[in-house]
Design a protein around this ligand. Structure first.
Ligand SMILES: C[S@@+](CC[C@H](N)C(=O)[O-])C[C@H]1O[C@@H](n2cnc3c(N)ncnc32)[C@H](O)[C@@H]1O
Length: 204
């Protein structure tokens, strides 16, 4: 691939680096293996910088619950949707809904739902303050789930924008389709952040 083609495919003019103003460790965390570790430090900063209301959060891709517990620090209610069966990119492919529900039992504002994201988005029309997309890291599913999330939430975040080019491409295409502003935080495998351009004025 030539340099020009590479730049055209991998860069959109409007992508901005996300620069946290402060890093803060949330009070509630669980000790579990997760590639998400490190991102807990910027969630409070995202909430503050974009002035997000802190009522409802939805997560697609819970796995063992690391990020869901992080969100439970910041939102009154967190819904976590997952098949709890793993996917082609996860190491664990053994069904673990009961085990994960048990682990997260103390976090009473988290509701876990065993469902494919496709079934969930077909019947939910709720508005969320934050949506997190961290499902199977292919273009098609990230785009479909992420487009629904971007249309139903004030801010949508996507894990693995640095480690999975398909995720990065899907997030860029959702930014184009919705007209939302795209930020990227390059650490901990990358976090794409989409927000309504209106809420950006609150950052200044
Ligand atoms: C990378 S893991 C999520 C990691 C998690 N956010 C954390 O904090 O460590 C991806 C998860 O997405 C789930 N998943 C994959 N495809 C899915 C689908 N179509 N619907 C619902 N969940 C799905 C898998 O079962 C897996 O648990």
């Amino acid at each position: 691939m030539g340099l020009r083609t590479y730049i055209r495919e991998h860069f959109i003019e409007d992508i901005r680096p996300y620069k946290p103003r402060s890093l803060n460790k949330p009070e509630k965390l669980i000790e579990i293996v997760s590639a998400w570790k490190g991102l807990e430090l910027i969630i409070g900063d995202i909430v503050t910088q974009f002035g997000l209301p802190q009522e409802r959060c939805i997560e697609f891709g819970v796995e063992f619950g690391y990020s869901a517990v992080v969100f439970s620090n910041f939102f009154d209610k967190v819904i976590g949707v997952d098949t709890f069966e793993g996917d082609i990119h996860t190491e664990n492919k053994t069904e673990h809904f009961q085990q994960t529900s048990e682990r997260l039992r103390a976090f009473t504002n988290i509701q876990l739902v065993k469902s494919d994201y496709k079934d969930w988005i077909a019947s939910d029309d709720t508005r969320y303050n934050l949506a997190h997309v961290d499902i199977v890291h292919n273009y098609h599913d990230t785009f479909e789930c992420g487009l629904w999330a971007a249309r139903h939430s004030d801010c949508t975040i996507f894990h693995d924008t640095e480690s999975f080019p398909d995720v990065r491409k899907a997030v860029k295409d959702i930014a184009r389709a919705t007209g939302q502003q795209l930020y990227n935080y390059p650490h901990h495998f990358g976090l794409g952040i989409l927000v309504d351009k209106k809420s950006i004025t609150k950052r200044k």
